[in-house]
Design a protein around this ligand. Structure first.
Ligand code: BG6
Length: 463
């Protein structure tokens, strides 16, 4: 590999968070309750009520971003902070919070890249009609999008429709679907996902009308799937898994249709959603400007043997593949699938070949259990190594001709993990709190912060 790697001028070096994982202030400023306020919902694990207390530390956080040199901050809006109830009326205090944050980011020369929907459902909409299972959610989302697009026109120039639709529809704790019957649960997931796709297309079309200068796209949890062996059945199982977990959603976003294999699979398994005749035109009414890529690790599969195992994440419940270990990768405490930087390049090449759209890495990062050392610092060489190896692959992708225009590690500060509270940290900046005691949530720059600061300053990897 090359020793030094300089990136194209204007490359967007960034960092990521999401509203429910960073903000806290869960009942302040007129925010309505969200499905995610209770966190993973397990005793002894941090919930999202205080999170990293960005609601009160936002100014200090933006100052740290400026010190780091960020060009872009990939953040989320809390839907229920802006729309606390089912009335369709916005909460002025909620909008004012984001006004202050966004204006200060712009003042510091940092572009906000804003996710409209990152796992959190307003509880009011779940209570009123059940959330994404009901088509009324499409209009509720559109109304929310309309308010955001209009209010932040000219200030937010890039929007994300939905973060990781695969996970957003599968995680009942986040979307309010608590169906116990496994088959009915899968039906619900595909029905919700279909509604999310309709909502996404309507929002993309709406942005074209409200702010034609702005850009919009989905964030995809890319699934880089390797076959366990060169046996044709294993190779086919890997193809099946990618179609069912990744390309079906990308095709819906980009082409407005299901890939043939996925359509036939869903029909054969009684999972094809209920549709209405006018939907086809909606799905074809818009295309994204870019694809956001979230990637942490690759997975490995083999041909299905034995009965379907329902005791795993719903998107792995299938008779078309079996998840297995990859003996070639180094695993860590929190990354049992193994660290795989080359997988990012393999995955993004496939996405580009399928979608032919510019891409930005919206999440990529290294989880670790961390506490302040006696010197008051966090030395995280493992994170520096992880980020370096992935950035290196992005440099190679660009050299190979892929239009990758930015990179946002997850996460800027430590945030509440989507499943494991504060035990599992990803931040460039440490947040001093424990699982159950938020303390003052003081910020401490980790070694990786200083390392990434150099990367940004040199627009590439140091020698
Ligand atoms: C992505 C999400 O799935 O992965 C983030 O968009 C999440 O919200 C991140 O935090 C890491 O996952 P986890 O479960 O380790 O927090």
């Amino acid at each position: 590999l090359m020793k030094q790697m300089i990136f194209p001028a204007g490359f967007l070096w960034g960092a990521s968070t999401s509203a429910f994982q960073v903000e806290g202030g869960y009942n302040e400023g007129g925010k309505g309750p969200a499905t995610t306020d209770r966190g993973a919902g397990r005793p002894g694990i941090a919930d999202n009520k205080v999170a990293a207390d960005h609601y009160h530390h936002w100014k200090e956080d933006v100052d740290l971003m400026a010190e780091l040199g960020l060009k872009v901050y990939r953040m989320g809006f809390s839907w229920s902070r802006i729309m606390p109830d089912a009335s369709g009326n916005p909460n002025p205090e909620g909008l004012a919070f984001y006004d202050h944050l966004i204006d200060y980011l712009l003042e510091k020369g940092i572009e906000p890249l804003v996710t409209l929907y990152h796992f959190e459902c307003p509880q009011a909409l779940v209570d009123a009609f059940g959330g994404w299972l009901d088509r009324q959610m499409i209009d509720a989302y559109l109304r929310y999008a309309e308010i955001c697009f209009t209010h932040f026109k000219g200030r937010v120039k890039r929007w994300v429709t939905v973060n990781e639709q695969l996970i957003a529809t599968a995680a009942g704790i986040m979307n309010g679907n608590h169906e116990k019957d496994p088959q009915k649960n899968l039906q619900n997931i595909y029905q919700m996902s279909y509604h999310v796709s309709l909502a996404e297309h309507k929002a993309m079309a709406l942005l074209r009308q409200i702010d034609p200068e702005a850009q919009i796209g989905p964030v995809c949890a890319i699934q880089v799937v390797y076959p366990h062996s060169s046996r044709a059945e294993d190779v086919l199982a890997a193809e099946n898994a990618e179609e069912l977990m990744e390309f079906y959603l990308l095709d819906l976003s980009v082409r407005g249709e299901y890939p043939p294999y996925v359509a036939s699979y869903l029909k054969a398994h009684g999972l094809y959603p209920e549709t209405q005749p006018e939907d086809a035109a909606v799905l074809k009414s818009s295309t994204p400007d870019f694809i956001g890529i979230n990637y942490y690790f690759s997975i490995c599969v083999k041909a299905k043997e034995g009965p379907v195992n329902y005791n795993q994440p719903p998107f792995w419940v299938s008779d078309a593949f079996d998840i297995c270990d990859n003996p070639y990768l180094k695993t860590t405490e929190w990354m049992d699938k193994g660290i795989d930087p080359v997988g990012l390049r393999i995955g993004m090449r496939k996405v580009y070949n399928r979608c032919r759209l510019p891409m930005i890495v919206t999440e990529n990062g290294m989880a670790y259990s961390e506490t302040l050392g006696p010197d008051g610092c966090i030395h995280d060489p493992y994170r520096i190594e992880y980020l370096k190896e992935h950035i290196e692959q992005i440099g190679i992708m660009i050299a190979e001709g892929l239009p990758v225009f930015g990179y946002c590690p997850w996460s800027f500060v430590d945030v509440v993990s989507s499943h494991q509270g504060f035990a599992k940290r990803y931040g460039l900046v440490y947040v001093d709190r424990t699982e159950t005691d938020p303390k003052q949530c003081a910020r401490v720059k980790k070694d990786s912060f200083y390392w990434y600061q150099k990367v940004i300053a040199q627009n590439g990897l140091p020698e």
